[in-house]
Design a protein around this ligand. Sequence first.
Ligand SMILES: [Zn+2]
Length: 565
Amino acid sequence: MKRFLLAATATLLLSACDMSMDKGAVTALDMPDVADGTLSEETMKRVTERLASDEFEGRAPGTAGEEKTIAYLIEEFEKAGLEPGNNGSWVQDVPLVEITGKDFAPLTIAGGKGDTMELAYATDWVGVTYREDTKTVLEDSELVFVGYGINAPEKGWNDYEGLDMKGKTAVILVNDPDFGAETLEGPFNGKAMTYYGRWTYKYEEAGRQGAAGAIIIHDTAPAAYGWNVVESSWSGPQAYAARGDNPPPMTQVNGWVQKPVAERIFKAAGKDLGKLSAAAREKGFKAVPLGLTASTSFTNDIRTFASKNVIGVLPGSERADEYVMHTAHWDHLGRCTPAPDGDDICNGAVDNATGTAALVALAEAHAKAGPAKRSLVFLAVTAEESGLLGADYYAANPVFPLNKTVGGINMDAFLMAGAAKDVTVVGPGKSQLDLFLDKALMNDDRVTTPNPNPEAGYYYRSDHFAFAKRGVPMLYLDGGEDLVEGGPDAGAAVAAEYREKRYHGPKDEYDSNWDWSGVMSDLALFYRIGRMLADSTSWPNWNEGDEFKATRDQDCAAEGAGCGA
Ligand SMILES: [Zn+2]
């Protein structure tokens, strides 16, 4: 995934209120020097171009493209001056299962007013199974509109209240009931998306409710991407973390329908999607059986394999058992729906050859500067595009204990927009890492811009989230959009061009004419933040009231925790 800006609306400096850590301690840190030529644009270009070349076939986990990618990254990490990060090995095996659906029958909707509807696969709907079943059959499954499909006891909100979903199919709105709010006030943090708004959550919850199927109604604004993205991401091989002997409850079919298709379904049921969607935003909403049934079937090819995370470390000189994390996903979509010219390799140059190259460039710069006091970790994770699987696997099976991991920086897709007057903070105000960011910006002319569309929930959509939900503070920044040349309009145009023409498609390709100046300023910022974290004795925490603070506090209370000191 990749967050892409819709519009830069406001620029303001983040306030450092409600911080329990001593702000003075951060201000007093020495500003790390980024010596000329330490951060190499040449490295960024070379590594990005190579990873995005057709030779790597779009870097899909479990393919020949993965083997080439892993071998290449090890070579680059070693050359940069890192040591193997996993007890003498450069890699961590990540067990995955790949399920490829095929021979899709239409999605048949029956029982309403008018004719039975035969919805065409790909254009009207897409679906997969999470289960390791060779044949998936959904037969006359009753459709129930469950609003946003949220069961949040701490908010007193349950869209499944009183329902028995066994054998039935949940029809679910994307995002959460506060979508469209102007402010950050509301049961679901107003305009900022919560985890309850993510599709991953909705399928998990439908599974917990015992539903046979879960169908999300696609809508471009609240989903934050178009149907083309759903279609390309949800067709073809789908990878999951292997479940072992104790799989969580899962539906048989998880899918999406286009919004106009959903409108037809609701009409056939004698209902109005718009009215019911409005009702679903109110607390106390009651789910609505649609009086229709859904049927479909497809077969699945199942393959289990191990993918790999690549881990390099630059051991610290004084506190080598305390770690500062850098993450970026190396994987992309592999071979994909062809462009009109027949090009069927989703090269993922921006997403995320650039972030992976940044791991190499940062490693190189830190190695040249010599060891920091704490250890610096560089983790290239797999299967982000399939749902943060590599990062999630690492965080569940950490090589370096999470309560000895100070915090970190995630890098996912640098837009080649040129130099900017700002830097975008995705999820601003979450943790005391913001103090390090503010300090690192002191030598820059740039300001921070809070993520302009918090409703898209980007903080939950890249690899840092796997760490955050287990308590490790993580910073997720993005290039600015208020460009030195052309201002916010020019920045918005670059983002729109990428989103519409390249994102998750075959044309996300390397371009030798790219202007790297903005990216190099971002890297200098990451370098300073990483270096200050690694040279300090601070343990930044989540801010008071943040959803991840309780988890960190608990982890830090364990015996031997670095962060408990
Ligand atoms: Zn990405």
